[in-house]
Design a protein around this ligand. Structure first.
Ligand code: PGA
Length: 241
C-alpha cells in the first residue's frame, strides 16, 4: 500500500482527480468506483474543473458507487444517488444509463444486492475504486465485526457510523439503520484502489490501517493485502504515522 502525504486537503483532492483522469486517459471506457462522504467532495470539484477545461471525457465510462442507505428513495436529498448527481454526475458528460448505485428503494433488498453484484461482474469489474475511511476503520458500510462479508449485502450501521453521519441529517434518529453496501471482496477485486483521507480526526484510523496487522475489527486493514492500493492523505491525517 503506497502513500502520498500532501500539505493540504486541496492538494489531496487535486492528486486524486489526476489519478482518476489518468485512468480515463489510458482506458476511456473505464469502470470507475465512486464514494460519498465529506472527503471526496473536493476531488469531485477538481474533476468537474478538469472536465470544464476539456482535459477529461466521461462519455465512455461506467460508474458504480460503493453503497446506498436502505430504505432510501433516489430523489431524497439524503440519498447517495442525490449526492453523486449533485456533486459530480450532473456536471460532467457521463451517460445516465452508465451510472449505477445500489437500489435503496428496492422492495427486496437482498435481491437488489445480488443484482448489483451481477451487474458489476457483467461490466468486467472495477478498474479503480475510490474509498474513504471511517473513524472506526469501516470502508463503505463494512463495519468492524468478527466476520466480514464478501459480496454486496444489507449492512446494519453501527452507533459510531450513525453518529458520524448524523451531520448530514436533522438528527441521529433520522439516519437510516441499514444500507446496501459492496462487500470486502467486491472492493478488493477492484484492479486499483485510491483512498483519500483528510483531517486530524482520522489520524488514529490511519495509524491502525498501516499497522502491519489485519483484522475484521478494522476492515480498512485488509487493504494492506491489495496489490495496487494508493492512499493520499493530508498532513493532519498523517500526523500519527
Ligand atoms: P467522510 O466519510 O469522508 O465523510 O469522513 C468517510 C467514511 O465514513 O467512509
Amino acid at each position: 500500500m503506497k502513500r502520498i502525504v500532501c500539505e493540504t486537503y486541496d492538494e489531496m483532492s487535486q492528486i486524486g482527480a489526476y489519478v482518476f483522469s489518468e485512468q480515463i486517459w489510458r482506458k476511456p471506457d473505464s469502470v470507475l468506483g465512486f464514494a460519498t462522504g465529506g472527503t471526496p467532495a473536493g476531488m469531485y470539484r477538481c474533476l468537474v474543473k478538469m472536465y470544464n477545461d476539456g482535459l477529461v471525457d466521461f462519455s465512455k465510462v461506467t460508474t458504480f458507487n460503493l453503497d446506498e442507505y436502505y430504505p432510501m428513495s433516489k430523489s431524497s436529498s439524503h440519498s447517495y444517488d442525490y449526492f453523486m448527481w449533485d456533486n459530480l454526475f450532473s456536471k460532467i458528460n457521463v451517460r445516465r444509463e452508465s451510472v449505477y448505485l445500489p437500489n435503496g428503494g428496492a422492495a427486496d433488498p437482498e435481491k437488489a444486492c445480488d443484482d448489483y453484484e451481477r451487474l458489476l461482474e457483467s461490466r468486467g469489474g472495477l478498474d479503480i475504486q475510490l474509498l474513504g475511511i471511517g473513524n472506526n476503520g469501516h470502508i463503505a458500510f463494512n463495519e468492524p465485526a468478527d466476520e466480514l462479508r464478501v459480496r454486496t449485502y444489507v449492512a446494519e450501521l453501527t452507533a459510531d457510523t450513525i453518529e458520524a453521519n448524523s451531520r448530514f441529517f436533522e438528527s441521529a434518529a433520522d439516519v437510516p439503520r441499514r444500507a446496501l453496501t459492496m462487500g470486502m471482496g467486491s472492493i478488493m477485486s477492484a484492479r486499483r484502489i485510491l483512498m483519500l483521507i483528510a483531517g486530524e480526526k482520522k489520524a488514529p484510523a490511519v495509524k491502525a490501517m498501516f499497522s502491519g496487522r489485519i483484522t475484521p475489527k478494522f476492515p480498512a486493514s485488509l487493504l494492506q493485502l491489495h496489490p495496487d492500493a494508493v492512499v493520499i492523505l493530508d498532513k493532519d491525517a498523517a500526523s500519527m504515522l
